[in-house]
Ligand binder design. Structure first.
Ligand SMILES: Nc1ncnc2c1ncn2[C@@H]1O[C@H](COP(=O)(O)OS(=O)(=O)O)[C@@H](OP(=O)(O)O)[C@H]1O
Ligand SMILES: Nc1ncnc2c1ncn2[C@@H]1O[C@H](COP(=O)(O)OP(=O)(O)O)[C@@H](O)[C@H]1O
Length: 198
């Protein structure tokens, strides 16, 4: 809810100043996909590749942010929406700070991802659909959560008894059940270079 007693205070250093200083743009690469699809694995490798390329970057991850900023949120539809709303605002601040910002959240609801897109400056929001079959994600089950969900020990688990709404027009699709980790990272790096973002 907006309060009429809060007024925006402009800085003397602009987002464009910071991008010029860093010699790259500051897009938000929004990784979305099922649990176990590879959001964290790919974004960690991409972060390293961007760093070695000389870009200033930072990565936000669902598992990590839920230990701190969002440690009061669960997995109800409302809590997931609030999780994504908060992370979207933080990612916007990081983009404004001139960082190539990577976010790795299931972010299952189209409406929530579209809201983040809308608050970003034109061209800053790059939706990266980490596509992987539920069958493959369950086979991987890196944290044993699918097994717990199937056993009924976790209720409302994405893909099992909670929905995942696939992106309609993501800027990038990486199929981690068909592409190697290296191929995924290269594909994203090429997209960033081709679009003169880094
Ligand atoms: N019920 C339920 N559903 C889905 N995921 C669950 C759940 N409970 C815990 N976890 C673990 O939390 C990680 C997902 O957190 P996110 O913040 O990315 O989820 S969301 O965007 O709010 O939907 C997710 O991490 P990733 O596997 O990295 O996606 C899970 O390990
Ligand atoms: N081609 C691939 N790309 C990314 N991850 C892969 C690939 N093949 C297998 N994996 C494995 O899949 C799992 C993905 O887990 P994780 O990155 O935590 O996914 P998420 O963050 O989407 O939950 C990891 O154990 C990773 O080693």
């Amino acid at each position: 809810m907006k309060s009429s007693n809060i007024t925006w205070h402009n800085s003397k250093v602009t987002k464009e100043d910071r991008q010029k200083q860093k010699d790259h743009k500051s897009p938000v690469l929004w990784f979305t996909g099922l649990s176990g699809s590879g959001k964290s694995t790919v974004s960690v490798e991409l972060e390293k590749a961007l760093y070695e390329y000389g870009a200033h970057t930072y990565r936000l991850d669902g598992d990590n942010v839920r230990h701190g900023l969002n440690n009061n949120l669960g997995f109800s539809p409302e809590d997931r929406t609030e999780n994504i709303r908060r992370v979207g605002e933080v990612a916007k601040l990081m983009s404004d700070a001139g960082l190539v910002t990577l976010t790795a959240f299931i972010s299952p609801y189209r409406e929530d991802r579209d809201h983040v897109r809308e608050i970003m400056d034109e061209g800053d929001f790059i939706e990266v659909y980490v596509k992987c079959s539920l069958e493959e994600c369950e086979k991987r089950d890196p944290k044993g959560l699918y097994e717990k969900a199937r056993a009924g020990e976790i209720k409302g688990f994405t893909g099992i008894d909670a929905p995942y709404e696939e992106p309609y027009n993501p800027e990038i699709v990486i199929e981690t059940d068909k592409m190697t980790l290296e191929e995924s990272v290269e594909h994203i790096m090429n997209h960033l270079k081709d679009n003169r973002l880094i």
